[in-house]
Design a protein around this ligand. Structure first.
Ligand code: RB5
Length: 152
């Protein structure tokens, strides 16, 4: 993995248990983790925690982030509003690999109510170690910044 910064993490209440599991796994595997919360299973808004984590990746303070909500959908919608963020909702291994190889994803989004903890762990492992292929894919992701929102 190219990252030298800690992996920044966040969730909502529906992703909290999986966040804790993945955080423990990463720490045991010698990765540094910065957890932006929440710190209990009390109900919170995924928009708030998605914003915290995506903002840190967007600014360049952190290279990689992991966000978890119930489905992963809300978190990915929030995170992808941030410049420089390429958040990928990956509830399977193939998506996780391809999101790195072709899209240089810098935030992995998981659905805590969609997948089990062992699959989530495998997804995180492969996502962290799969490199970006660059080349023609670099040109494609560079075009993201030229896209203006709104009707054509
Ligand atoms: C919370 O109930 C749920 O809506 C949230 O975790 C997420 O799945 C939203 O996309």
């Amino acid at each position: 993995m190219e990252s030298t910064t800690p992996i920044v993490m966040g969730s909502d209440h529906a992703g909290y248990a999986l966040k804790e599991f993945i955080k423990d796994y990463l720490v045991v595997s010698n990765f540094e983790v910065e957890d932006f919360g929440p710190f209990s299973e009390d109900s919170v808004d995924y928009s708030d925690y998605g914003r915290l984590v995506a903002g840190k990746v967007s600014s360049g303070d952190f290279n990689r982030g992991i966000l978890i909500c119930g489905t992963g959908l809300g978190m990915s919608m929030v995170a992808n509003r941030f410049k420089n963020v390429r958040a990928a909702l990956c509830n399977g291994l193939f998506s996780a690999i391809m999101s790195r190889r072709h899209n240089d994803s810098n935030i992995l989004v998981l659905g805590g109510r969609v997948i089990g903890i062992e699959l989530a762990k495998e997804i995180v492992q492969i996502w962290l170690k799969t490199p970006f292929e660059g080349g023609r894919h670099q040109k494609r992701i560079e075009k993201f910044d030229t896209i203006k929102s709104g009707p054509l």
